[in-house]
Design a binder for this molecule. Sequence first.
Ligand code: NAD
Ligand code: TYD
Length: 356
Amino acid sequence: MSILVTGGAGFIGSNFVIEWLAASSEPVVNLDNLTYAGNLENLASLEGDARHVFVKGDIGDYELVLRLLSEHKIRAVVNFAAESHVDRSIHGPEDFIQTNIVGTFRLLEAVRAYWNGLPEAEKMAFRFLHVSTDEVYGSLSPSDPAFTENHRYEPNSPYSASKAASDHLVRAYHHTYGLPVLTTNCSNNYGPYHFPEKLIPLVIHNALAGKPLPIYGDGQQIRDWLYVTDHCSAIRRVLDAGRVGEVYNVGGWNEKSNLEVVHTLCDILDELAPPATRNLQLATFRSLITFVKDRPGHDRRYAIDATKLERELGWKPSETFETGIRKTVRWYLDHPDWVANITSGAYREWVGKQYA
Ligand code: NAD
Ligand code: TYD
């Protein structure tokens, strides 16, 4: 038996596949259609490992998914595949509707057909784990308590609305058809293989190139940051022991304003890669900070209450923000080729459009 991971060439999915195969002998079928965000270089360390089967394809391809499920005797699906960048969803929501809503629907249909044909014991043991986001809950004011699993859905961007729709479909497939689903809603991740369109890798990349560090609006928006391998360990734990039909919030109790995050990154870079060593005439990377036009409809604050996951399943993050962010900066300094390979071509076009 194997598990099917979708979107396993992206940021979190590739970390998940690498961690899974380091901890378990169970093979992984990795279905990813390699959009701009999918990168096989993320999986280079698995080359030659027969337990990893990569398939280039779409989660919306019903026939392909059904064939993979049967051929590989899949016992669990972990669904990471999605369009994931809020700013891109503002420029063009169509792909978000197609993959996050229609794609998830077709994936669920293929899984339902396969699951219906399984013998009873395998049916009982089967799991469909849907990886979602805290952004579906909307925005908090500074004094609001953190999001629990019972917080009402109030998505504000085309991205979060499309993820909310997919969460509802997953829930409905459990209630209507009995499909054994689990949903996780996680806060902002950071770490290795993070595409440099997102805040943390973008700031590291721009700083090292001596380019402006763009802060939207006043930089006082708050996100709750979790090191990516902690997200992966939470997903493994929920897959192993989560109660069917339940939702688990995942977070690291690390609320930071964007400006605080960027200051921290500049300070670590000043220490590990001082501007002078990069031929930059700057006293500190902080001098590159530039306030730019705010994102339309920008959510002010996200914060996750992960008490249920800790209480029921004993999960806790291993990294603090301080340890995780240092590891992250170190990883980007140690992998200039990975960054160089993805920051050409289409990436430049995006940066040109977004920060014009
Ligand atoms: P990502 O954009 O880095 O990766 C997405 C992957 O999905 C890419 O490899 C892409 O090629 C693939 N993909 C896209 N459309 C596909 C399709 N139709 N069929 C098959 N593959 C497709 O995203 P990420 O940051 O790794 O996020 C993974 C999941 O986790 C997403 O569902 C996202 O909503 C969720 N999530 C992300 C964060 C975060 O901070 N990044 C936080 C919470 C939840
Ligand atoms: P991002 O990494 O895009 O994640 P999300 O929008 O899903 O939380 O952005 C994190 C925060 O950083 C968000 O409040 C927007 C802000 N941000 C900037 O200030 N400047 C930037 O260039 C980017 C990409 C994001």
